[in-house]
Design a protein around this ligand. Structure first.
Ligand code: 5AD
Ligand code: FES
Length: 346
């Protein structure tokens, strides 16, 4: 086990059966070992600096019906909202003063927004905050739409592949959504020149170790700049309401594996990790993550963007989360930096 971890660190790659063995047989001691190795690698590239991204959840309307997601189309109990452009700019303004230099515009796949609306939104933010990076996280679009957003100033795009196994993808999504389409979108984003983020949920219903191995190999193959993983957490108003949440230990182990396979990737300690354990984000950093993404959305909409139950930070103002997170990060010997935190190809 230890030799496999050493080999992973050295070669940044393992064979299918070796990854399978690692994920099937890890225990407390081997976890400690891989976390230490992953921390070393992260610190070699980023020091003890943690990058922040200000997350703005600007619409919770969604045309899709993913079985795991709280804001799925069929959930009639969601109080739907869209933030006005002025309100989004206010979020950026206060975020800027708190030291954020990346804004992530995330939303459901909301048909109300035309490409022009997104282009206007991006170019307005970009002209107001020229030293900031803009990340979009608005789902599957055509090549031309992605290109238009990029030309208007969007720098990065987050689109998790969710699972790299087609049969598993079908169990998580209605049939109008396919893994092939998702992969095509990721290819399009890459070829246009975005810094691309992908990722998956750990412990999503029906997920097997084989599926996770495919996820790791898929990520390695497309070499994204950002890799976001977090535990699956049930939402009470979805078809998967009674499924179990993903495991903290497996998520942390996978963060370390991903760090060793993709040494310079930007890897967030996600909100879902902080939701299944009060110290989840700190443990994520100590397992090799180097990014946090606190919420800048207005407090009055926070609870309405509920992808899963008991999501943290829904009552706190952006400034409170910033202080809270800084303290948490300082406590484990790291610091938040004011920086766009671009991917560096080294
Ligand atoms: N639990 C954990 N993560 C979830 N996401 C959506 N629903 C859930 C859930 N119930 C994740 C998906 C999506 C990202 C925005 O949030 O991976 O890509
Ligand atoms: Fe939001 Fe701690 S980070 S309350």
């Amino acid at each position: 086990m230890i030799d496999l971890i050493d080999k992973l660190q050295k070669t940044r790659d393992l064979k299918r059966d070796e990854l399978f063995y690692l994920l099937s047989n890890f225990n407390h001691n081997t976890s400690e070992y891989i976390h230490e190795k992953a921390r070393e690698v992260a610190q070699r590239y980023f020091g003890k600096k943690i990058y922040t991204r200000g997350l703005i959840e600007f619409t919770n309307y969604c045309k899709n019906d993913c079985f795991y997601c709280g804001i799925r189309y069929s959930n009639k109990n969601v109080d739907r909202y869209r933030l006005s452009i002025d309100s989004i700019l206010d979020c950026c303004e206060s975020g800027y003063h708190l030291g954020f230099r990346t804004f992530v515009l995330q939303g459901g796949e909301d048909l109300e927004y035309t490409d022009n609306d997104i282009v206007n939104l991006v170019s307005t933010i970009k002209s107001r905050f020229p030293d900031c990076a803009i990340t979009l996280s608005i789902g599957e679009k055509s090549y031309d739409s992605y290109l238009a957003y990029f030309k208007s100033g969007a720098d990065r795009f987050l689109l998790r592949h969710e699972t790299a196994t087609a049969q598993h993808y079908k169990k998580l999504h209605p049939h109008n959504l396919t893994l092939d389409r998702r992969k095509q979108c990721l290819q399009d984003l890459k070829s246009i020149g975005y810094q691309v983020g992908t990722g998956f949920m750990v412990g999503s219903p029906y997920q097997t170790i084989e599926n996770l191995v495919e996820d790791l190999l898929f990520i390695k193959e497309i070499t994204p700049q950002m890799i976001g993983i977090g535990p699956y957490i049930p939402h009470h108003d979805t078809p998967f309401a009674n499924e179990n949440a993903g495991s903290l230990e497996l998520t942390l182990f996978l963060i370390s594996v991903i760090r060793l396979m993709n040494p310079n990737a930007l890897i967030p300690a996600t909100t879902s990790l902080g939701t299944i354990d009060p110290n989840g984000r700190e443990m994520g950093i100590l397992a090799g993550a180097n990014v946090v993404m606190p919420n800048l959305s207005p407090v009055n909409v926070r609870k309405k963007y509920e992808l899963y139950d008991n999501k943290i930070c829904t009552d706190e103002e952006a400034a409170e989360c910033k202080v809270c997170l800084s303290n948490r990060i300082n406590k484990i010997g790291y610091e938040i930096v004011v920086d766009r935190g671009d991917y560096v190809n080294i």
